[in-house]
Design a protein around this ligand. Structure first.
Ligand SMILES: Nc1ncnc2c1ncn2[C@@H]1O[C@H](COP(=O)(O)OP(=O)(O)OP(=O)(O)O)[C@@H](O)[C@H]1O
Ligand SMILES: [Mg+2]
Length: 317
């Protein structure tokens, strides 16, 4: 497995604030790593170090095998960065913005116009190409921003909170754009505060909190890692709730949560095989259930368990 990004022990301090406190990251070539974390977790700081925009105080990072400190120019040639805040010029048109960047990257005037038109087409911006960016919607701006980072055909794309502030429709469009990039073979490092986004797009997820990596793995592994699975049972007859609760307590050693409004009983289970025992005991007792399901915790629950309540308060709804 070749690694597009390999970082070890990254530390970055701003006065009394430790933005990164010893972060390791690995991104296999051709994969999507989702860096998930609440406000101030250190996501942008990590991206900026990997983009050679700032230097770490400690640690080292290789991007495409090139050292960010010793060969920043080499690193910059490999990457495209779409920052958390728009970087395109509001007063220029979509075409003008992209042509300007292509010219900076040494394309001829003719090549620059061709590349700009290709990218505008790809991101559904052809119709708006001749309009000033200040007339664009939020989703159009983010797409233009992403297009701008792709002018130089980077192998590695950094997307810092690409959908923050977008409505669900624009977010879905952006997700599709990212999926297309990945299908074309790009390696993507994506930061996000949205669990669902990481779940949808990332092969692996690294969770940041307070400048540290607090968990990592696939979405499935993370869900497993936190508190196993949950069994939910809802007896058909409301009067059976007490008896079902008694059976569950006996089998798991834990008193289940009962929702009086819905009659739903919820209990953590360490061993999934327990479910068949529960089914048998209910049968023996002549109790039927409308609902009986074993589920993994949602990524939201995982995030909350890993980063504590602070995260929930700061994650936008
Ligand atoms: N240039 C800077 N000067 C001082 N403090 C900084 C600077 N950049 C970042 N920080 C601090 O470092 C910490 C990490 O910030 P960072 O921007 O990396 O977080 P983030 O995870 O990207 O958050 P958000 O989701 O809000 O974008 C924060 O406490 C922030 O205030
Ligand atoms: Mg940020």
């Amino acid at each position: 497995m070749s690694l597009a990004i390999q970082a070890e022990g990254l530390v970055k301090r701003y006065g009394a604030t430790t933005a990164l406190d010893g972060v390791d990251l690995e991104v296999p070539t051709g994969s999507v790593l989702g860096v998930l974390g609440p406000n101030g977790a250190g996501k942008t700081t990590a991206v900026r170090i990997l983009a050679t925009l700032i230097r770490p105080d400690e640690g080292r990072a290789l991007v495409g095998g090139r050292d960010v400190l010793r060969d920043p120019v080499g690193v910059r040639a490999l990457i495209g960065l779409t920052g958390q805040y728009a970087s395109v010029d509001e007063d220029l048109t979509g075409t003008e913005n992209l042509v300007l960047i292509a010219r900076l990257l040494d394309h001829s005037r003719a090549q620059a116009r061709i590349r700009a038109a290709e990218l505008l087409e790809r991101f559904g911006l052809t119709e708006a190409a001749g309009r000033a960016v200040k007339t664009y919607s939020g989703g159009m701006r983010r797409r233009l921003d992403l297009a701008a980072s792709l002018v130089g055909r980077p192998e590695l794309i950094y997307l810092d909170e690409p959908t923050t502030g977008l409505d669900p429709h624009a977010r879905n469009e952006m997700w599709q754009v990212v999926r297309d990039l990945v299908a074309d073979g790009a390696t993507v490092l994506l930061t996000t505060q949205y669990l669902e986004e990481a779940d949808q797009l990332a092969d692996r997820i690294t969770v940041f909190d307070h400048g540290r990596v607090v968990a990592g793995g696939t979405a499935r592994e993370l869900k497993r890692q936190v508190g196993g699975q949950t069994l939910q049972v809802r007896p058909t007859v409301a009067a059976d709730v007490r008896e079902v609760a008694r059976i569950l307590t006996e089998l798991t050693g834990i008193v289940p949560d009962a929702d009086p409004a819905t009659g739903l009983l919820t209990t953590p289970v360490a061993d999934p095989a327990l479910v068949s025992t529960v089914v048998r005991r209910l049968e023996d007792a002549g109790i039927t259930a409308d609902e009986l399901a074993l589920r993994l915790p949602s990524l939201d629950e995982v995030f909350l368990a890993l980063t504590g309540d602070r995260a929930r308060e700061e994650v936008p709804a």
